[in-house]
Design a protein around this ligand. Structure first.
Ligand SMILES: [Zn+2]
Length: 429
């Protein structure tokens, strides 16, 4: 592919530095040069894109993604979708993410054993558009815990939403099986979840199961993430080295101390959208805001925000990722999480941007080459009409994404039509 020079942009580089006017030269799939001011980089041999003062920033990362959740109101509707339809659905969702400016996503569990792996492979081979993706397996659940949805009178594991295990040996078998299928990471359901009938503050999975999962995964170079709402489940994650901790709402002071002491090893993604909107916006789907279950979610949202506020102060990496893919939180609206961080968790807009860019590159396992605009970094970039530092909400507006580039290739090319030229964006051969 030809070199691309993006000029006349405000560079929001993902390091936390305030945007500056400059230009960026992309060669192949990497950022080759970054310059302050204008007209300092050579235009020869490059397609020149005049950004007309728009903001150039790294593509965003979603830290808790389920391509196979199907925008329905319950787990059963996800699970009952046949594999053929489900694969096509997940492929469509993958495109939705990159359309929305998310060039990286961390898979937080798939509804069927190989769904994520197949979609990741299709993206990587160029068969379908989508973000960089870390593929997960099914949620690994304990008998009777979150994810064991088979009815007592039909003890068939295939009828369960998660992959059900009891004891360390069963866990070892499950982890090895998903690794055989090709996953990048494994998901453990350590704590409960109100909507599934197991309280969020309960911890059905035990230490020996978690320890086994982590040791088997790490042995093969795979990472582990966990559904961990209760304080005890967060402590288990730190004790046994679970790399990515989802939710962590009820982390107490002891859990926070442990996490802070190991903050370079862990990432946290609270999935706030799920808490906020299940508590408030799911009425049309039978979860009225004044119902006991909705009230539990409202309470957890409040506590989770307080916990994230403390984590931010302690320097723990907290990333956006909201468990999108239910009827009241459909895929593609994910940048709303950044607004929650700013409005409810004490993040500055810049801290929210760093969490979805710099820390995004780190959670993707590519620190030093992904998630920032620096020379030598991978060219995953979005050009945004407006200033996200002044208003974080504009990242939710897809029409403001003037281009989306992943790995040096345009997913969405800049519009060079006459109406766009009036705005000032153009191409100079
Ligand atoms: Zn989830």
């Amino acid at each position: 592919m030809a070199n691309v020079l993006v000029t006349n942009v405000r560079i929001l580089d993902g390091t936390g530095e305030y945007p500056y006017t400059g230009e960026v030269l992309i060669q192949g799939n990497r950022i080759r040069r970054v310059a302050r001011g204008l007209r300092s980089l050579p235009t020869v041999g490059a397609t020149v894109i005049d950004g007309a003062g728009a903001t150039l920033m790294p593509g965003m990362t979603e830290a808790h993604t389920h391509f196979s959740w199907n925008d329905q109101p319950d787990l059963e509707s996800i699970q009952r979708m046949p594999p053929e339809e489900h694969t096509l659905w997940a492929a469509k969702v993958a495109k939705t993410y990159i359309d929305a400016g998310f060039t990286s996503c961390v898979g937080a569990a798939a509804a069927k054993p190989r769904l994520d792996v197949v979609v990741r492979n299709a993206i990587n081979s160029g068969l379908i558009p989508g973000p960089r993706y870390l593929a997960n397996g099914q949620e690994i659940a304990t008998t009777g815990g979150l994810g064991d949805t088979s009815p007592p009178h039909i003890p068939a594991p295939e009828l369960s939403f998660g992959w059900v295990v009891t004891g360390p040996e069963d866990m070892r078998r499950a982890v090895r099986m998903f690794i055989k299928y090709g996953v990048d990471l494994l998901k453990l359901n350590i704590s409960g979840e109100e909507i599934a009938g197991v309280a969020a503050e309960e911890t059905p999975m035990c230490d020996d199961e978690v320890a086994m999962a982590v040791s088997e995964a790490h042995r093969r170079g795979r990472r582990v993430c966990a559904h961990a709402r209760s304080a005890e489940s967060v402590k288990m994650c730190v004790r046994h080295g679970v790399d990515i901790i989802y939710h962590a709402s009820y982390a107490d002071e002891e859990a926070l101390d442990m996490l802070e002491a190991a903050k370079d090893r862990h990432f946290v993604a609270p999935a706030l959208a799920w808490l906020f909107r299940t508590g408030r916006d799911a009425g049309p789907w039978g979860i009225r805001p004044d119902s006991p279950i909705a009230i539990k979610y409202q309470r957890e949202a409040e506590i989770a925000c307080e916990t994230m506020r403390k984590m931010l102060k302690r320097g723990i990496r907290v990333l956006p990722g909201g468990d999108y893919g239910f009827a009241w939180i459909p895929h593609g609206t994910n940048a709303k999480d950044l607004e929650y961080f700013v409005d409810h968790c004490g993040f500055s807009t810049m801290e929210a941007i760093v969490s979805t860019t710099k820390w995004g590159g780190e959670i993707m396992g590519r620190p030093g080459e992904l998630g920032q605009i620096k020379e030598g970094y991978l060219a995953d970039l979005i050009l945004v009409d407006g200033d996200p530092v002044a208003n974080i909400r504009i990242l939710q507006d897809r029409t403001r994404l003037l281009f989306v580039m992943k790995d040096g290739e345009f997913h969405k090319a800049p519009d060079m039509a006459p109406q766009r030229s009036r705005y000032g964006m153009g191409v100079v051969a």
